[in-house]
Ligand binder design. Structure first.
Ligand code: AMP
Length: 115
């Protein structure tokens, strides 16, 4: 079954798309955790970080190149931002189509709760 993000990439589900090329699509998170919260998604449906293969190395690099461009476009590059990939249950992954979170626009605090 297609994931939510495959439906967004296919145009079957609406999203606020901020970037698109043949390999990468980026759209605003529907439930933003910061003033800027964009998801950068490979068109190729890689379920989790565990499924990244050697042949995906350039594609994964492209996610970061696109993230850097969006950070500049959103005006958060200089102040800074955070890039996150959640994996499986302990990582808090909810959508099983690999995606890079770009978060910024305010100080984001500590990286994880030390509980
Ligand atoms: P993760 O927990 O890393 O799998 O993140 C999934 C993210 O997808 C969450 O931050 C959700 O708010 C976001 N999300 C879920 N459904 C949608 C949607 N239809 N459009 C945009 N973002 C979504």
């Amino acid at each position: 079954m297609a994931t939510l993000f495959e439906k967004i990439i296919a145009g079957d589900l609406p999203a606020d798309i901020v970037y698109r090329d043949e390999e990468v699509v980026a759209f605003r998170d529907i439930n933003p955790a910061a003033p800027v919260h964009v998801l950068i998604v490979p068109v190729k449906p890689i379920p989790t970080a565990n499924d990244i293969e050697e042949a995906d190395a350039a594609l994964i690099g492209r996610l970061f190149v696109v993230a850097r461009r969006i950070a500049a476009d959103e005006g958060i590059a200089e102040d800074g931002y955070r890039l996150i990939i959640n994996c499986n249950e302990h990582g808090g992954q909810e959508v099983f189509h690999l995606h890079l979170h770009l978060l910024g626009g305010r100080p984001l605090g500590g990286m994880v709760k030390r509980t």
